[in-house]
Ligand binder design. Structure first.
Ligand SMILES: [Zn+2]
Length: 153
């Protein structure tokens, strides 16, 4: 019997479906502006021009009134810690960051889920001041950015 030889690759690239970070360009998302702003250090979202509703996350249609007449608004770079937990279950590829602090930060009344950086569990307290941290995602394929929060210094 004859067998076909198959070479096992040194590195296996995960399919996009398993990628924790969203694809950020205009080709892949209609909220690409969010990522462009994030790259400049700004946390932004959409606000409905028809009913005034401020959204989180950014939308392309207002979930309140179904209008697509939205505008981009910049959010403050600071907020208050609303909730937090130390997680021992992390997304694929982030095993080196275990255990991971995750939480919800209140920014202008919007509850934003986030990874919490530069802190230990015992450093955190509900209501404490938090600040935005923008990170560049290194994957060797494309330049991507994401937000996190950390205790305000
Ligand atoms: Zn609306």
């Amino acid at each position: 019997m004859e067998y076909r030889t198959v070479k096992i690759p040194d590195k296996i690239n995960l399919p996009t479906m398993l990628d924790f970070y969203p694809l950020q360009t205009e080709k892949w998302t209609r909220v690409s502006r969010f990522f462009e702003n994030l790259k400049e250090g700004k946390l932004t979202t959409t606000q409905c021009k028809a009913c005034g509703k401020l959204h989180w996350q950014p939308r392309i249609v207002c979930p309140e009134c179904m209008s697509d007449d939205l505008e981009w608004v910049e959010l403050p770079k600071e907020g208050k810690l609303h909730a937090f937990v130390e997680s021992i279950v992390v997304p694929l590829g982030m095993e080196q960051e275990m255990p991971m602090l995750v939480g919800v930060v209140d920014v202008s009344g919007l509850l934003i889920s986030t990874k919490i950086d530069d802190a230990k569990l015992e450093d955190l307290e509900i209501g404490m001041d938090m600040e935005l941290k923008v990170v560049r995602v290194e994957d060797g394929k494309q330049e991507r950015y994401w937000y996190r929060f950390r205790p305000k210094k």
